[in-house]
Design a protein around this ligand. Sequence first.
Ligand SMILES: *Cc1c(COP(=O)(O)O)cnc(C)c1O
Length: 514
Amino acid sequence: MAPTPARDLLRSLPPVEEVLRSPQVSALAPLLPHDILADCVRDAVDAVRSAILAGSREPVDSAALADDACARALACLRPSLRRVVNATGVVVHTNLGRSPLADEAVHAVTEAARGYSTLEYDTDAMARGSRHDHVEGLLCALTGAEAAIAVNNNAAAVVMVLAEFAQGREAVVSRGELVEIGGSFRIPDIMAFSRARMVEVGATNKTHAADYERALTPDTAMLLKVHPSNYRIVGFSEQVGMREMRALADAENERRRAAGVEDEVLVYEDQGSGAFINLACFGAYAEPTVAESLRGGCDLVSFSGDKLLGGPQAGIVVGSKQLIDRLKKNPLARAMRLDKMTLAALEATLRLYLDPERALAAIPTLRMLSEPDGAVRERAERLADALRRAVPAGCACIEVVPEVARAGGGALPLCDIPTFAASISFERGDAQGCEAFLVSKRAVPVIGRIKREAVLLDARTIGEDDIAEIAEAVRAYFEGPGAAAASAGIAEGAAEGSPAPAAPAAGRSAGAGA
Ligand SMILES: *Cc1c(COP(=O)(O)O)cnc(C)c1O
């Protein structure tokens, strides 16, 4: 039989109104506005039309087209930003939102968000207060600094420090520290953007104190030290330590004072992850803490709130009162200031650090990094048991395997953290298909990884509560496409009759409607 010509196939495409009247699609009518549903149907028809124009000669399947429209509509109902299960073993996973917050921080966010707050109100003075005050005292107590300011993120902090202190002047940095972080943050670009003149010194693998010394001119505003984050030069490499950089700056400042010049060379460290506590699990990879950098003679240190610190997204700068006061007056501090919810989360997280034992137990990032491998192994065993119960007989082999977890977030890249994962080897289906199902077809995506044709689900980064969720997702994969479609369906709330979300978050049609 000759294939149907494209013209006839195009003519057999159902009208949008007809698809809207199909039982599947009309069942969704109470859940979302008509225009959005109609857009989803139009997109589904367009997809089939494009396939025909691209050469497909399959007869048009109206039922499948309606199913596709339903899937698009359900995707609109589902929040775009939603919870996932992180079974990757990467603790500070930037794509998955970095650090989960401690319960205390979550509670503080809820309180701040729900009502009015003391955000910029000083109850003692009964007058306007400063939003900086909520975290400054804590940051000083925890790092030994004289003053502190927190802004939107560490990238903002770096831009602000460079713009305030080195704009139009020279900032000296080692060639071994001109790093790129996360694809969009590159030290040379940030310097150019802040209009600081970058003076590179040393070589990629080795920079000596004399290199910095030779670079000093009357126009030098700062010596910049950048934490190499996700990158290490191993072998014969050398960078200049904080104490040596301090000594160089001191000698230069002495010369300037003798010559009657007021202006001082600053030593600034972008510490990246920043840490208040050095965990035993870091072993030989332990990095200087913020307090150690300050004691080493750094004038200013900046770091992220949501990497090893385990708090909300923020960029924190600590240092002398005189320098921080200048930052507080910089317009960038206003443009990149923290909102009340983030401040609430940051304050609550910092409070936990006042008792380091409590911080280790309560801050999820610290807890996951420092959990003994025995406990991780036991959780991996419980996960494996749940998976064995969930997977139909003869479909897969489940075992617990030793693996390596990572701190992530550019911290401790060489530090192998021992961990255990539940490994699924397939007798039916395959690792790629299962991974794709767990990620794309579930209301709560489960993110693991593939190694040698097996799906690995790392127990270090999951909670006890995640076990049932993971087992259910894997069961749905093995129970075939019917179960798959059901589980990809409406987010729990909508299915159980709670009010439909006001504005669907996904899809261009939703965007146009909002
Ligand atoms: C992560 C990182 C940054 C950027 O911090 P964000 O909080 O993600 O903006 C800057 N510098 C270094 C060295 C980093 O590791």
